[in-house]
Design a protein around this ligand. Structure first.
Ligand SMILES: Cc1cc2nc3c(=O)[nH]c(=O)nc-3n(C[C@H](O)[C@H](O)[C@H](O)COP(=O)(O)O)c2cc1C
Length: 98
């Protein structure tokens, strides 16, 4: 039987996107974004907090990449979502499992 859950943000699965961008020294950084999806044939929508290092890089370079992690890279893919380049300048070198 159909049950109303009310207006909640609970459409699953939500694949985690890996958003990456370079800083002013062309050092790459990456982060997780679960709040993202395709929204047109040539567009995606992503909801990113402005204080992430990756987001600062996107505004700086006006460019970014979007990737989807595969099974082999699940540990480094998780790492980039829990460590910030704001606090860890060597984040991408230290990413776990690489
Ligand atoms: C599973 C998962 C999903 C996330 N989704 C988002 C998201 O959609 N938007 C966002 O702003 N942050 C999201 N985050 C948080 C950032 O990925 C996280 O704060 C990251 O460390 C930022 O890295 P940076 O400061 O080096 O860019 C998510 C984190 C995880 C673990």
């Amino acid at each position: 039987m159909r049950k109303s859950l009310g207006p909640k943000p609970i459409i699953y699965p939500m694949p985690v996107l890996i958003i990456s961008a370079y800083d002013e020294n062309d050092v790459p950084n990456a982060m997780n974004a679960a709040w993202g999806t395709i929204c047109d044939t040539s567009k995606i929508a992503i909801v990113l907090s402005h204080d992430h290092k990756t987001v600062k890089n996107i505004f700086l370079k006006k460019a970014f990449t979007v990737s989807i992690a595969d099974k082999e890279n699940v540990i480094p893919a998780d790492f980039v979502g829990i460590v910030s380049g704001n606090n860890e300048p060597d984040k991408m070198k230290k990413r776990a499992g690489v």
